[in-house]
Ligand binder design. Structure first.
Ligand code: PDD
Length: 278
């Protein structure tokens, strides 16, 4: 595999980053994950828009313009012969003497690599995923796609220990989002519900596309918080992210959602999403 590391394409597995990179020392950086399906980028524009916003929010100047970003991504795809998979982009504040206060005008460190994977053939799409709920232990700016992911790392370990696939995190009695995904439910009267955008959640790119598809299909939408109990009583539940597209949730905290099988609203949205991509 070939990676892009601070201006150059290099073999991924021997690539290095300076010890004093603030991404390594402070988690002082942001990232994006974009899917590639049959050699097509999935919603690449919105991912690059969100990268730009994350950078702005933490005061790092975007080192590349749109055409340059796309050029690097395309070259990465070419060098890795990537037909299906993920492109990971990370931008950190750069290399400096260790000090919480950062010097002005640091050169950001940019890293990209690709992962070969058939995002569209996840066995969980047929099988359904198990989710557990846990308190959301993240900071107050979850709208920034920060590389500081310790709370999510620990949440995912807890999920694995419970034989679950994802964690739905709760704050003040309501589900915020998945550890690495956006949470959706379908109410018994057929309404698609997901939490309102705020600093409590990442503005998911897949979330936005799924909502647009649902709206065009004539589904009733509601953006509002929902509780674990409402999710347990829902007709369907699912989660979305660039790395999974959409995965039906068939168990929450060990209890089945409806009949415990992936539902028709999920299936139809997933199929329409694939048509939108291909
Ligand atoms: N995670 N919420 C959180 C906390 C996330 O980490 C992600 C994505 C999402 C979904 O966003 P999108 O649809 O734009 O991918 C929501 C990526 C895939 C990751 O960390 O690997």
């Amino acid at each position: 595999p070939i990676a892009f590391v601070r201006g150059q394409f290099v073999p991924r597995d021997t690539a290095t980053i300076p010890l004093m990179d603030r991404g390594f020392l402070f988690g002082d950086g942001v990232y994006e994950v974009t899917a590639v399906i049959e050699r097509r980028f999935v919603d690449n524009g919105p991912h690059l828009d969100r990268l730009d916003r994350s950078l702005r929010e933490i005061g790092i100047a975007n080192p590349y313009d749109r055409a340059e970003w796309i050029g690097i991504e395309c070259e990465l795809m070419r060098r890795n012969a990537l037909d299906n998979g993920l492109i990971y982009i990370q931008v950190t504040r750069g290399v400096a003497e260790r000090d919480f206060l950062f010097p002005p005008d640091l050169a950001p460190s940019v890293v990209l690599f690709a992962q070969n994977r058939r995002v569209q053939h996840n066995p969980l799409i047929e099988k359904g995923a198990a989710v557990i709920t846990l308190p959301d232990q993240r900071w107050a700016r979850c709208d920034i796609k920060s590389t500081s992911l310790l709370a999510q790392v620990l949440a995912k370990r807890a999920a694995a220990q419970a034989n679950a696939n994802e964690v739905w995190m709760t704050r003040d009695g309501h589900i915020t989002e998945g550890a690495s995904s956006t949470a959706f439910i379908v109410t018994p009267d057929g309404r698609l519900v997901t939490r309102t955008l705020s600093p409590a959640i990442l503005p998911g790119v897949t979330r936005r596309t799924i909502m647009r598809i649902a709206d065009q299909a004539g589904l009733a939408l509601a953006e509002r918080p929902f509780t674990r109990d409402e999710a347990l009583g829902a007709a369907e539940a699912f989660y979305t992210s660039a790395s999974t597209i959409a995965i039906p949730v068939t168990r929450i905290d060990g209890r089945p959602v409806a009949n415990g099988r992936p539902g028709p609203v999920f299936r139809s949205l997933y199929d329409q999403y694939m048509q939108h991509v291909l």
